[in-house]
Design a protein around this ligand. Structure first.
Ligand code: CAA
Length: 387
């Protein structure tokens, strides 16, 4: 196994690290407080290739690979989790899905504006009554008698970047009698009539990443904006989520690294009973446990990215690797940010330091793109072959 990164992978990591330090870290606390969407810095990420890292040059992307994506995500998440959430949806759920399943015309029309940072994308699977049980969706897309368009009616909820997205990958029921096999995927242009946005959700963490409900009333999707064939939607969504989960794992690693680095520095600087608290065994045990989890989460995430790269030639699914990485990295992010707050004591609880923000932000990584319970289900089903 080769643990060295290529020059290109290191280059994008460096670009991400520089933008994270110069542009994102200085504003992260303010945007967390206000909950405002960080449009300006999101544009900077797009202009520097970070919104379409795996998108080929011909569609406006950086033309790099999944390892490069993980390295860049870690850097952005270490500065601000909310920015990395927006970046992850644009890169994987949106661009990756369209690149894999879209037509040439769909790629040119819908991938390029997102990959170049001119517009923001979203992914609409969840509904008020269907989260983990994704195929229990109710939204309907009915083909017109002449086959030229689909009429969409219904709601989607918890749509990351929903309040600002120009284009959305939508999953809707075209044939409810077929269950999961009756779901189809479409591209939505939010500037068309019949599209409505609900209120922005007030959230515990990733507060600058805007989330809302969206609603469709007699919204018309031209037939050429169907992705794949009718009935392919559920499998498309699951394949896209496999890739998305690697991004969330990388986000959890970045967040964990920021919390770990802060705790390490504090354990050296803070004195109690005449010595640095880092010299006490109880703090040392925490540092050791945090370090083991951080490194293991990072390696599992890189392994998942490697498996995804291999799948481009073998066609093999990488669901298990992606779910293992997402489950382990997100639960480690909870553990590490919790320990980091504890090491900082009262200062960890104060809004004057970023620790409490890291702690709040970490929780979402155990919930979105499949809860920890769903990751365990995916892993166990794949390992045992039983359902
Ligand atoms: N790739 C391709 N196909 C897949 C697949 C995958 N990873 N996983 C399942 N499939 C296929 C199966 O092979 C099956 O096909 P066949 O019928 O031809 O055999 C079909 O899909 C149905 O599969 P299951 O019977 O396993 O489906 P299920 O109803 O039992 O559900 C589940 C499986 C794993 C629980 C799935 O519903 C799931 O992942 N739920 C979680 C949903 C989720 O992650 N939501 C996140 C919302 S998006 C989000 O959070 C974005 C954001 O804001 C940032």
């Amino acid at each position: 196994m080769d643990f060295r990164f290529t020059e290109e992978q290191l280059m994008i990591q460096d670009v991400a690290r520089r933008i994270a330090a110069e542009r994102i870290a200085p504003i992260a606390a303010d945007f967390d407080r206000s909950g405002e969407f960080p449009l300006e810095t999101i544009k900077v990420l797009g202009e520097n290739g970070l919104m379409g890292i795996e998108v080929p040059h011909e569609y406006g992307g950086a033309g790099l690979d999944s390892i490069a994506y993980v390295l860049a995500m870690v850097e952005i998440a270490a500065a601000d989790c909310a920015h990395s959430t927006i970046m992850s949806v644009n890169n994987t759920l949106y661009c990756n899905g369209l690149l894999k399943f879209g037509t040439e015309a769909q790629k040119h029309k819908y991938v390029t504006p997102i990959a170049t940072g001119q517009a923001i994308g979203a992914f609409a699977l969840t509904e008020p009554q269907s989260g983990s049980d994704a195929s229990a969706m109710r939204i309907r897309a009915v083909r017109s008698p002449d086959g030229s368009y689909y009429a969409v009616n219904g709601k989607k909820s918890w749509i990351t970047s929903g309040p600002v997205a120009r284009y959305i990958m939508l999953f809707a029921m075209t044939d409810p009698s077929k269950g999961a096999k009756g779901i189809s995927a479409f591209m939505v242009d939010t500037e068309r009539e019949g599209f409505h946005r609900g209120k922005t959700e007030p959230k515990l963490g990733i507060r600058a990443s805007a989330t809302c409900e969206i609603e469709f009333t007699d919204y018309r999707i031209p037939a050429e904006d169907l992705i794949g064939a009718e009935g392919d939607g559920f499998k498309i969504s699951m394949g896209v989520l496999d890739a998305g989960r690697i991004g969330i794992a990388a986000q959890a690693v970045g967040l964990s690294r920021a919390a770990y680095d802060a705790a390490l520095a504090y354990s050296r600087d803070r004195k109690a009973f005449g010595q640095s608290i880092g010299s006490f065994q109880m703090i040392q045990a925490k540092i050791a446990d945090m370090k083991c989890r951080l490194d293991a989460a990072h390696l599992l995430t890189l392994r998942a990215a490697f498996a995804k790269q291999q799948s481009a030639t073998t066609g093999a699914r990488f669901s298990t690797e992606a779910s293992v990485a997402k489950l382990y990295a997100s639960e480690s992010a909870m553990f590490i940010t919790h320990q980091a707050v504890q090491i900082h004591g009262g200062m960890g609880y104060s809004k004057e330091m970023p620790l409490e923000r890291y702690f709040r932000d970490a929780k979402i990584t155990e919930i979105y793109e499949g809860t920890s319970e769903i990751q365990r289900l995916v892993i166990a089903r794949n390992e045992t072959g039983l359902r």
